[in-house]
Write a protein that binds this ligand. Structure first.
Ligand code: GDD
Length: 396
């Protein structure tokens, strides 16, 4: 089976959905997938190292009028997609997003006959619901798809509400890179690198963007430090909020206790997970609907046996079993964060139990290998269905 996988963004630009596609593709038989995506800083070196064939475009947006800004992306993606389709004759087109990718996939499918599958994660559906024109287009792409893969329960529910046929809709939650299961990290190395020896440590991993809720943890620190004076907050990741978060830490008088580690290698990252006492990311929903999808970082923390604290919105209920592997808190209230984080710092047996339950769960249910097999089965079904539909049409 040959798959043309189109996504408007991909590694080396880091992000949950990008990692999800990469890990899935890596577990599929070599040579089955060709990727069409965007150029990103570092793409040449990345593609040269990879065995997956990757074709890149510029996919550059304009900034003149909301209705025209995406036009060049559509034109270029469509042209490159058509060239690839002619050469490759794919059996299936996989689209990483509803727009622009899903629409391009749909056109290529209409032109060449290959069925198309589209991924939805949840947060983009929430944002699209507030954009009138795009919403209608995106949901028509969703309804017409030969298969839809939702990566979180809310995304799955939304697809059903939008009229996707249940037999074409599949829930494939993210998994965890085997590296996190098998690594033997040295937590002392991270502790000494960041001056955390003998301290209690809260950790967040993720892009520094508003919805991840770093600010809330910083604002909760002064109160928690009354009970745990040595408490430190380690932040791994980079992003546009860094300056603001530094300012908030100064305002709250906890600059010395908040460590910005920046973007780390996977080896360093796993040491940070191992070094923390509680993983905390009290994400929230923003006014434009942006929210957290499944939250792969909660699964990574669980793989290292750590209890986690998440927000109550979005799709993280698939990754964090409230009261079992951690807590989901109302992240509009710093009080809940203070209460749950302090509880886990105080009650070490509870923290250990939750961490162990989390690790058992991800070991049992969160392997990329299984997700890739399932995706392959869905694709093979699509191909079979399409070919029997065209046989029926021919005989009419
Ligand atoms: N090595 C390294 N270094 N990895 C990092 C760093 C870093 O500094 N910062 C973040 N990451 C990795 C995390 O380890 C994780 O694997 C990934 O980037 C972040 O993934 P998510 O927690 O899933 O967040 P996201 O906002 O990028 O992804 C979105 O889509 C996902 C897929 O549907 C979110 O909506 C997620 O909730 C969703 O799971």
């Amino acid at each position: 089976m040959k798959m043309l996988w189109i996504t408007d963004d991909f590694l080396p630009h880091l992000g949950g959905s990008r990692l999800l596609y990469y890990q899935t593709i890596k577990c599929l038989p070599p040579g089955e997938v060709t990727i069409l995506t965007k150029r990103r800083p570092g793409w040449r070196e990345f593609d040269a190292r990879e065995t997956i064939p990757i074709k890149r475009g510029f996919f550059k947006k304009l900034s003149i009028h909301p209705l025209l800004n995406e036009l060049p992306v559509y034109v270029e993606m469509m042209a490159l997609g058509a060239c690839r389709s002619l050469r490759l004759r794919p059996d299936v087109i996989v689209c990483g997003e509803l727009l622009p990718t899903g629409l391009v996939g749909r056109m290529l499918s209409l032109a060449g006959g290959a069925p198309y599958l589209v991924y939805i994660h949840g947060e983009e559906v929430n944002v699209l619901k507030n954009l009138r024109g795009e919403k209608a287009l995106a949901f028509s792409v969703l309804r017409a798809a030969d298969a839809v893969v939702a990566t979180s329960t809310p995304a799955h529910g939304e697809a059903l509400r939008q009229g996707v046929r249940p037999d074409r809709l599949h829930l494939l939650t993210p998994a965890v890179d085997d590296y996190f299961f098998n690594a033997k990290p040295c937590p002392e190395r991270a502790r000494s690198r960041y001056g955390l020896e003998g301290k209690m440590v809260l950790l967040t991993v993720g892009r520094l963007v508003e919805r991840k809720g770093h600010e809330l943890v910083i604002r909760a620190l002064p109160q928690m430090r009354r009970e745990f004076p040595d408490l430190a907050y380690l932040i791994v990741g980079a992003g546009p909020m860094e300056e603001k978060l530094e300012r908030v830490a100064r305002e709250e008088g906890v600059s010395g206790a908040v460590i910005f580690a920046g973007r780390l290698s996977r080896e360093e990252l796993v040491e940070c997970y191992a070094a923390c006492d509680v993983f905390v990311m009290p994400h929230r929903e923003l006014p434009d609907g942006d929210t957290e999808g499944a939250g792969i970082v909660f699964l990574e923390a669980a793989a290292l046996g750590k209890p986690v604290i998440a927000g109550i919105t979005g799709g993280t209920g698939d990754s964090v079993l409230d009261g079992e592997t951690g807590f989901r808190v109302d992240s509009t209230s710093p009080q809940e964060i203070v209460q749950r984080a302090s509880q886990l710092l105080r009650d070490r047996a509870l923290a250990r139990r939750m961490g162990e339950a989390g690790r058992r769960g991800v070991l049992r249910e969160r392997r990329w290998e299984d997700r890739a097999q399932e995706l392959r089965r869905i694709c093979l079904d699509m191909v079979r269905r399409k070919s029997s539909e065209s046989t029926i049409r021919r005989h009419r």
